[in-house]
Design a protein around this ligand. Structure first.
Ligand SMILES: [Zn+2]
Length: 328
């Protein structure tokens, strides 16, 4: 009976196939089988937002480790079940870094700049410059670098390894609250990551101080882009509304870091939040508006390219990635 069980049959068939494959070079034409290319899919993605040409360029995925480390106040069981039910690893949290280039026809604007030369969250990061060139964009062409907040993965790509600006012709835009908080001299000796973040922000923002313009809530940053204050994750965290013709979209920075955990549990406290409660309030307010207005989103940390929509569902939100090749 054992000999005829389905398991035995399929195993025997598999072994037989292996034997045939091994014999192929002797008796068959080896070139009949296509070699495995090993070529990665491009780390950039192009779409239109109205008349604007948008290009999402990966800086590389951040390996944050144990999910509970990011959300120490939240029941671990709930994190595990959220991840598991969405077919995501339950023992390792990974966040993509989707830097957005926007060519308005008048200017080339970059939203957030990746981790730059520092790679504490994995060696596969800091790829913005290489990947933007692969997408046909040159650093010298960038007119404006618009920053959501002064954390490592958003503003440390402003200055290169040589201490010079990576985008030599760009003006820098950031909120005054974030600039002041993260470049404060007395804060750089703070314990742990806070001190390190301040040192890195100073390295990236102080050399370009004379090129910085402070953004203000509700005010135009450059034609077609409006700053929307969404504080909490940092004191001056800002998201950016993009408008071209009838198309409207939002670059949401770190309004939500994860497409499941922080949308399904929008009140959750994230370990790197300066003010977790205020962060949750901002998240709810802006996500509700985005859902209600059916506005397109480019999400910095959602799975690449992070382009899609949110819908209000239950006590949270659902994430609906835009089909490949569609515009916003
Ligand atoms: Zn971030």
């Amino acid at each position: 009976m054992h000999e005829t069980s389905p398991v035995s049959l399929s195993r025997r068939a598999a072994l037989g196939a292996l034997g045939a494959a091994a014999a192929l070079p002797l008796f068959g034409r080896a070139e009949a089988a296509a070699p495995i290319t090993g070529i990665r899919a491009p780390d950039w993605y192009r779409l239109r937002i109205g008349e604007f040409e948008a290009t999402v360029v990966q800086d590389g995925p951040l390996a944050l480790g144990e999910p509970a480390g990011g959300f120490p106040q939240h029941p671990r069981d709930d994190l595990t079940s959220l991840l598991r039910s969405n077919f995501l690893p339950t023992n390792a949290l990974t966040l993509d870094q989707n830097c957005l280039f926007l060519n308005t026809g008048r200017q080339l604007i970059l939203f957030d700049s990746g981790v730059g030369v520092t790679r504490p969250f994995g060696l596969g990061t800091g790829l913005l410059l290489a990947n933007m060139r692969a997408a046909g964009l040159q650093p010298e062409q960038v007119d404006a670098v618009v920053i959501s907040h002064a954390h490592i993965d958003h503003c440390w790509g402003i200055i290169g390894a040589d201490g010079k600006p990576n985008f030599p012709n760009a003006q820098i835009f950031i909120s005054k609250a974030d600039f002041d908080f993260w470049t404060a001299e007395d804060r750089q000796n703070a314990q742990g990551w806070l001190g390190d973040f301040v040192k890195g922000a100073r390295r990236n923002l102080l050399p370009v101080r004379d090129r910085i313009t402070f953004v203000e809530d509700g005010k135009e940053v450059v034609p077609g882009v409006i700053a929307v204050s969404a504080p909490g994750h940092t004191v001056g965290h800002t998201v950016y509304a993009i408008q071209s013709g009838k198309s409207r979209a939002m670059f949401i920075g770190d309004l939500a870091h994860h497409q499941v955990i922080m949308l399904r549990r929008p009140q959750i406290e994230f370990a790197f939040d300066t003010d977790p409660r205020l962060s949750a309030q901002s998240r709810l307010r802006v996500l509700r508006m985005l859902a209600q207005e059916r506005m397109g989103i480019v999400a910095y940390h959602f799975p690449f390219p992070g382009v899609g929509h949110v819908a209000a569902e239950g006590e949270g939100f659902g994430w609906y990635p835009a089909p490949w090749g569609t515009d916003l």
